[in-house]
Design a protein around this ligand. Structure first.
Ligand code: PBG
Length: 332
């Protein structure tokens, strides 16, 4: 770019002087259509339980799920992402709960599809919400076994798609899972089921409140560094994305969000694909904790963070702020 003019002929502040010009020169927009709202599910009836480490976030029972998302649908949020909470006593080594057609994910998918047929449902494909050791796959000699895990994930993905999940979102970071899941879906005739791959997912400390929300925190044995990415790496993220796209991913995601906007930027630039970021639990809780202490203004911090994702190239953001942000956008 060439900018020959200089001060005082050019005064950058002219365009910032009034609200209407600021609006005219705004380079990016944020609408409810850019937001995906993650929802935590719990067993029982008539439950709406606060998640302690995530102020303003709840786990809801399946019978209340439709009512819980109704306002989000009304406000134009296109999709929700579902995550089940599983207490320790219902977990096992192989995460067999993932393959139960009556699990929370499948029951919620059926209930939500019936109540809100136009709402996109995104289902998490991974075993960490079902395993006693909290890992995303099955352990063989204390190592998360790639192919054995992928074999189970394919069945899990198929099951939730049959229950009404529109987009399966593998968050496990096993190698080759996108291709295998695509094949399993196609073999079952589920050719319209989309895959949003957690393509570049980092071994992050910012997931801690989420693990509390789904009941994995106490369970997790060790860390996830043998499958999730090293926060030091960028080029590797592009290889991950390239593989997932070659295997059939329809959309790709970067996770966490704000600390990884450089990755979002590069992915969007190199591939030009539908690209999403997950503003994860720790990012949400950091803002909320500061808000509770009076150190940050909730609305300003929330909107500024969400706009940053758009500026970096995200088509959309998975955010626990989705409903609050959509409300604020509607209020204008
Ligand atoms: C695991 C999964 C995690 C999140 C989404 N799916 C946690 C992890 O990898 O340990 C984190 C989301 C968040 O922190 O908000 N399948």
């Amino acid at each position: 770019m060439n900018f020959p003019a200089s001060f005082p002929a050019t005064r950058m502040r002219r365009n910032r002087r009034d609200a209407w010009t600021r609006k005219l020169v705004a380079e990016n927009t944020l609408t409810p259509g850019n937001l995906i709202w993650p929802i935590f599910l719990t067993s029982g009836e008539n439950q709406k339980v606060p998640v302690e480490s995530m102020p303003g976030v709840f786990r809801v029972s399946v019978d209340r799920a439709a009512e819980h998302v109704a306002e989000a649908v009304e406000l134009g949020i296109p999709a929700v992402a579902l995550f089940p909470y599983t207490p320790a006593e219902q977990r096992d080594e192989e995460g067999t709960g993932a393959l139960n057609p009556e699990n929370l994910m499948c029951r919620a998918a059926r209930a939500l599809k019936a109540a809100h047929p136009g709402l996109g449902l995104i289902g998490d494909v991974a075993l960490d919400t079902y395993t006693s050791h909290g890992h995303d796959g099955v352990l063989r000699d204390d190592y998360v076994h790639n192919e054995d895990t992928v074999h189970i994930l394919c069945q899990q993905a198929r099951l939730m798609a049959e229950a009404g999940v529109d987009v399966v979102a593998p968050s496990d970071m096993m190698d080759g899972r996108i291709g295998s899941i695509r094949e399993a879906l196609d073999d079952a005739g589920l050719i319209h089921t989309r895959i949003m791959s957690y393509a570049a997912k980092y071994a992050s400390g910012f997931y801690a409140p989420f693990r509390d929300a789904v009941g994995s925190n106490a369970a997790l044995r060790g860390d996830k560094k043998t499958y999730q990415m090293d926060p030091a790496n960028t080029d590797e993220a592009l290889r991950e994305v390239a593989l997932d796209v070659a295997e059939g991913a329809d959309m790709v995601m970067v996770k966490p969000g704000l600390p990884y906007l450089d990755i979002v930027w590069r992915v969007k630039k190199e591939f030009g694909l539908p690209t999403y970021a997950y503003q994860v639990s720790g990012e949400y809780s950091m803002i909320m904790a500061a808000v509770e202490r009076g150190w940050l203004d909730h609305d300003r911090a929330m909107m500024e963070a969400l706009m940053a994702f758009r500026r970096a190239g995200c088509n959309g953001v998975l955010s626990y702020f989705a409903l609050s942000a959509a409300r604020l956008l509607k209020a204008g």
